[in-house]
Write a protein that binds this ligand. Structure first.
Ligand code: G6P
Length: 625
C-alpha cells in the first residue's frame, strides 16, 4: 500500500509529482504530501486526507516555484500511526527527507536505539526512523546513496524507501526491497521513480521494473541501479509498456469505476487476443508460454486469491472441473498460507491477483516455491512482485484499473481462466466424448462473441436505466442478499462484495441452497434479495429459493433472461440480461451478470453519496497482511 513518486530532471517537479500521485492514489489515500527543492532547501507540503488537500495547500503556498526540478511525493495508507498530517509523508530529519512504503519490522528496536542516541522523532511512524539512520551515516561523511544503502541494511521488513538530502540537490535514491518500485529515464533528461508504472507513464513508457534488493539513483545523468548488499552497479533492462496516459483519465465518465465497467467488452477482447492464438483454427490455443506448460503438467490445480480474485477463482473451479475434468481447489490465500494443505510437486499453485502484490497471495507463492511446488501468477500488472516471484506468469490485458473496487480486472481474470479452461479441455479432449469436443469448439466461438454482445448490452443504455431505477427503489433496504446457484454463485458473492465495498451496505452472497441453513432467518420486508437466475440448469431451483424469501416478505430484484417473463412476473424489480444470451452456453452467463451487479452497486453508492473510486478504509493493492 502507499504510493510513491520521485523525480529529477527538466520538468516542473511539483506538477509532475501530483500527476503521478493522482494515478497512485488507489494505493492509499488517508494522507499525502510532496517535497521539492527550492533554492537549495527542501520544502514540504503535506496533509491528512486526500491528495486534493495537498493540491489546495500548494495552490495557496508561496513555497512552490516552477523552477524546481527535483522532488518526491507520497500518498499513504496508514499502518504505523494514525492518518494525521504529522504522520503524513514526506518526513524530514535534518537535511534528509524521505517517503516510505511498507513496514520496518524491527521498528521497536530501531526506535529504541535512535532515542538512546538522543534523537527525537516527531511522528508515530516507523518511516521517520529511517531518516535518522541516513542522517547519521551522512554526518559520518558518506554520500546519500551509500548512506541509504548502509541504513537499509540495518532494518528488516518488506519496504520501499525513496530519499533525498539538502546536501545533494538533484539526486533521489530509492530502494526496492519487497514492495514495488519502478523507474525510468526521462527522455528529456533525468529520471523518475514510482510505485508502479501508472505513476510514471506521463514521463516514459520505457519502464524498468526494479528487482527485490535493488538500490537505484536518479540524477541529471538518468537512472543508475546498484546492488543493495554490495553497492556494485547492475544492469536492468527497460520494458516498453503499451499502456497510455489517456487510459488513466476518466474520459468523460463521472467515476473511474463507471468508465472501467464500460471498458469491459474491450478489456475482455484484449485479454482474449493477448492469450489466444486464433489463426491456427484450434479452439483456445494458448501460445506456448511457460505458465501454460506448468499448468498442463499438473495433476491437481490450487488457485489461491483474495477478495474479488477469489470469486473469479471459484468460478474457474466450476469451469475447469466441468470442461477440463481436472480437480481444482480454490482457497483464500490468507487461509492457505497458514495451514498444511495436501500439495506436492505434481500440483500447481496459481496465485491470482489483479495487482500482483497482495501479501497473502505472494506468501503462498513464496512458500510453495521454497517447497519445490510449481507456481504460476495471473495478474494485470507487468513487473509486479507476484509476476516476478512465481515460476511463470500469465498476464491479462485489462489495462490500468484506477477505481479501487475491481471491475474490469475481475472480468479479465474470468476471461483468462476461461481460456485456460478451454485450453486444458482441448488438451484432455481424447478423454471426452465427441459431443463434449464439439461443445468446446462451440464454446470458443461464443467466447469470441461475448465482448460484442456485452458492448451492445452496455451501449443500448437500458441496463443503465434499469439499474438506476432499481437502485432508487432499493437503496434504503436494511440489507441485501445476492443469491445464485452454479455459475451464478460466485457472481452473487461478487455482487455482495461490491455493494459492501462502495456503498457500505450490509450485503451477503449465498448459494441459493444455503438460504434455508440460517440466512433465511434474517429475511423480512426490509431486506432485498437479488436473485441471479439466468436460463441455466439451476434456474428452477433458484426460483424456488426466490419463492421462499418472497413468502417471508423480502423485496425481490430479479436478474434473468430477457425472455423469462415468468421469472419477471415473480419479481418486484427486474433487470433483463442481454437479448440473445439464451443462445449462448450457460458457462458464459457470469460475464453478462457481472456488469449488472457492478452497476447496481455503483448506482446505490451514488445515491448514498460515498466516494465510489476511493471507498473508505480500502486500498487497491494490499501489500501488508
Ligand atoms: C483489495 C481490493 C479488492 C481486491 C483485493 C485482492 O482488497 O480492494 O478489490 O479484490 O484487494 O486484490 P488482488 O490484487 O489480490 O486481486
Amino acid at each position: 500500500m502507499c504510493g510513491i513518486v520521485g523525480y529529477v530532471g527538466n520538468r516542473p517537479v511539483v506538477d509532475l509529482l501530483i500527476q503521478g500521485l493522482r494515478h497512485l492514489e488507489y494505493r492509499g489515500y488517508d494522507s499525502a504530501g510532496v517535497a521539492f527543492f527550492r533554492d537549495g532547501i527542501i520544502e514540504i507540503e503535506k496533509s491528512e486526507g486526500r491528495l486534493v488537500h495537498v493540491e489546495k495547500l500548494l495552490a495557496e503556498s508561496s513555497k512552490v516555484f516552477q523552477g524546481s526540478k527535483c522532488g518526491i511525493g507520497h500518498t499513504r495508507w496508514a499502518t504505523h500511526g494514525k492518518p494525521t498530517t504529522q504522520n503524513a509523508h514526506p518526513h524530514r530529519t535534518g537535511h534528509v527527507v524521505l517517503v516510505h512504503n511498507g513496514i520496518i519490522e524491527n521498528y521497536q528496536e530501531v526506535r529504541k536505539q535512535i532515542l538512546e542516541r538522543g534523537h527525537r522523532p516527531l511522528s508515530e511512524t516507523d518511516s521517520e526512523l529511517f531518516g535518522f539512520l541516513v542522517l547519521e551515516e551522512m554526518n559520518r561523511g558518506l554520500g546519500l546513496r551509500e548512506s541509504v544503502r548502509k541504513s537499509f541494511l540495518k532494518i528488516r521488513g518488506s519496504c520501499t524507501m525513496v530519499v533525498m538530502s539538502e546536501k545533494e540537490p538533484g539526486v533521489v535514491v530509492g530502494v526496492r526491497n519487497g514492495t514495488p518500485l519502478v523507474a525510468a529515464n526521462d527522455p528529456l533528461g533525468g529520471g523518475v521513480f514510482a510505485s508502479d508504472a501508472q505513476g510514471l507513464l506521463h514521463v516514459s513508457k520505457n519502464v524498468v521494473f526494479l528487482e527485490h534488493g535493488d538500490l537505484a539513483e536518479i540524477s541529471e545523468k538518468g537512472l543508475e541501479v546498484f546492488d543493495l548488499k554490495t553497492g556494485k552497479t547492475i544492469q536492468r533492462n527497460a520494458t516498453l509498456l503499451d499502456w497510455s496516459v489517456e487510459q488513466l483519465d476518466k474520459q468523460g465518465h463521472a467515476h473511474y469505476m463507471l468508465k472501467e465497467i464500460y471498458e469491459q467488452p474491450s478489456s475482455l477482447m484484449d485479454t482474449l487476443n493477448a492469450l489466444v492464438e486464433r489463426s491456427n483454427g484450434i479452439p483456445f490455443s494458448l501460445a506456448h508460454q511457460p505458465a501454460v506448460k506448468l499448468i498442463e503438467n499438473a495433476r491437481d490445480i490450487h488457485i489461491v486469491a483474495c477478495g474479488t480474485s477469489w470469486h473469479a477463482a471459484l468460478l474457474a473451479k466450476y469451469w475447469m472441473e466441468k470442461w477440463a475434468r481436472i480437480p481444482v481447489n480454490v482457497e483464500l490465500a490468507s487461509e492457505f498460507r497458514y495451514r498444511d494443505p495436501v500439495v506436492g510437486k505434481s500440483s500447481i499453485i496459481i496465485g491470482l491477483a489483479q495487482s500482483g502484490e497482495t501479501a497473502d497471495t505472494l506468501a503462498v507463492i513464496r512458500k510453495a516455491r521454497a517447497a519445490g511446488i510449481p507456481t504460476v501468477g495471473i495478474t494485470n500488472i507487468r513487473g509486479s512482485t507476484i509476476s516476478r516471484e512465481a515460476d511463470a506468469v500469465l498476464y491479462m490485458a485489462a489495462g490500468p484499473e484506477v477505481g479501487v473496487a475491481a471491475t474490469k480486472t475481475f472480468t479479465a481474470q474470468l476471461m483468462t481462466l476461461l481460456v485456460l479452461t478451454g485450453h486444458l479441455a482441448v488438451k484432455n479432449s481424447q478423454a471426452h466424448p465427441d459431443d463434449q469436443v464439439q461443445g468446446i469448439q462451440k464454446l470458443f466461438e461464443q467466447v469470441i462473441q461475448m465482448p460484442h454482445l456485452l458492448a451492445d448490452y452496455l451501449e443500448a443504455g437500458k441496463l443503465a436505466k434499469d439499474t438506476k431505477k432499481a437502485a432508487r427503489a432499493l437503496k434504503d433496504s436494511r440489507g441485501f442478499f445476492f443469491i445464485g446457484r452454479g455459475f451464478s454463485f460466485p457472481i452473487a458473492l461478487e455482487g455482495a462484495l461490491k455493494l459492501k465495498e462502495i456503498a457500505y451496505i450490509h450485503a451477503e452472497g449465498y448459494a441459493g441452497g444455503e438460504l434455508k441453513h440460517g440466512p433465511i432467518a434474517m429475511i423480512d420486508q426490509e431486506m432485498t434479495v437479488v436473485v441471479l437466475a439466468p436460463l441455466d440448469i439451476w434456474r428452477e431451483k433458484t426460483v424456488s429459493n426466490l419463492e421462499e424469501v418472497k413468502a417471508r416478505g423480502a423485496r425481490i430484484l430479479g436478474i434473468g433472461d430477457a425472455s423469462d417473463l415468468v421469472l419477471q412476473s415473480l419479481c418486484d424489480h427486474w433487470i433483463a440480461l442481454p437479448p440473445g444470451l439464451d443462445k449462448i452456453d450457460s458457462s458464459l452467463f457470469p460475464l453478462a451478470l457481472t456488469p449488472v451487479v457492478q452497476l447496481l452497486s455503483y448506482e446505490i453508492a451514488l445515491l448514498k453519496g460515498t466516494d465510489v473510486d476511493k471507498p473508505r478504509n480500502l486500498a487497491k493493492s494490499v501489500t501488508v497482511e
